[in-house]
Design a binder for this molecule. Sequence first.
Ligand code: NI
Length: 177
Amino acid sequence: MTLRQIIHLPEPILRKKAKPVAKFDRDLQSLIDDMVETMREAPGVGLAAPQINLPMQLAVVEYGEHEDEEEPKEDAPPPPKKLYVLINPEIIKTSEEKVMGIEGCLSIPGLVGEVERHESIQVRALNRHGKPVKHKVDGWMARIFQHEIDHLNGVLFTDRAVRVWKPSEEEEEIPLD
Ligand code: NI
C-alpha cells in the first residue's frame, strides 16, 4: 500500500464534479486500499478521491459512534469503527430533521465551520466489487457521508457553513474528512 498525497485548496480538482467509476479491476482495489491507509494516517474519518487529485466518484469513510446519546463511561472502550467504501454514491432519501455540527476538512487546513446537515440519509452506491448496496446512516456518520458526497460534486463545507473560523486548541480535536 502507498500513502497518497492529500491536496488542499485552491487545487481546481476540488471544485470539479468527479466522474463515475466504471472499472472494478485490480488497480481500483489497490487505490481503495491506499485511500483507507491515507485516511487513517491523516488521521481522518473520510477521504474522497478528488482530495488525492483523482476525479473519481469514490470515497472511503471510517468512524465509530456510541449507539445511544448518553455520555459513555470514562473506562468504556472506544466504539467499534465501521468502514464504508462508497462508489458512485447517490443520496436517495433525507430526513426532514436537520442538525448543526462543526466540521473541518483535510483539504482546508486551519478552518472549521458550523454546517447544517440532514440528521439521517439513505444512500445508494456500489461497493468495491461493483455490487449495488444501500446504506442507512444517521448522526455523525450521516454528516460524514454528506461531506464526502459533496466532495464528489466539487462542494466544500465552507460553501454550506453558516460561519467559519480558525479552530481553538480544543476544536482541533474535531474529526476531519
Ligand atoms: Ni473534506
